[in-house]
Structure formats: C-alpha cells, structure tokens
Design a protein. Structure first.
Length: 116
C-alpha cells in the first residue's frame, strides 16, 4: 500500500502562483510514476503532469510553460509549481502514484481556487 498526502492548495488571484506538495509513505519502493491530476466541478479527472522514477516528464498541453513538476526520490515527494494561474485552473488537485505493477494510489485532494 502507498499513502499520499497533499498540501499547498488555496485561493489565489489570476496570474498568481501556488506550489503543491505530496509526500508518499508505505510501500514506496514500488512506485514508478508520480504526478498530479485535477478535477473541476462537472468535469472528468484529467492529468496535469507526471514524472517517472527516471525523471521523464509528461505535461498536459494546457499547463505547458506555466506548471513545473519536480520529484525528490530521497524524500519521497513530488511537487507542482503552478505559475500564471487562470480561473480555468480551479479544481481539486490530486496526487497520484503508480507502481511498477500498475497499481494506482490517490491522495485526498487539495482545492485550488483561482479568482478572476
């Protein structure tokens, strides 16, 4: 089992920045990819960014150039630096981890609200 705990959400004005953090615990040796997804009201959960254990990144087109994902394997953390935030970025952001056996784990989510 893997447990994920997020922090760092909040309310920010358009154009502002937030940094999300996620700490993994439990069977962390099994984790391959870690990343962030988000879900806005009435919409499906979607990938924001992810990073493999080897450092390969994947970003959704709508955040390229604005968000940056980083990962510290020694600390079992993954972070998401979000810049130039837009009202459309308002959503619950979920930390995600996928193991080598393709099992998925999710955090409880953290609310990000961007006001116009």
């Amino acid at each position: 089992q893997v447990q994920l705990v997020e922090s760092g959400g909040g309310l920010v004005q358009a154009g502002g920045s937030l940094r999300l953090s996620c700490v993994a615990s439990g069977s962390i040796f099994r984790i391959d990819t870690m990343g962030w997804h988000r879900q806005a009201p009435g919409k499906q959960r979607e990938l924001v960014a992810s990073m493999s254990d080897g450092g390969r990144t994947n970003y959704a087109d709508f955040v390229k150039g604005r968000f940056a994902i980083s990962r510290d394997n020694a600390k079992n953390t993954v972070e998401l630096q979000m810049n130039s935030l837009k009202p459309d970025d308002t959503a619950v952001y979920y930390c995600h981890a996928r193991t080598l056996m393709s099992h998925s784990y999710w955090g409880q989510g953290t609310q990000v609200t961007v006001s116009s």
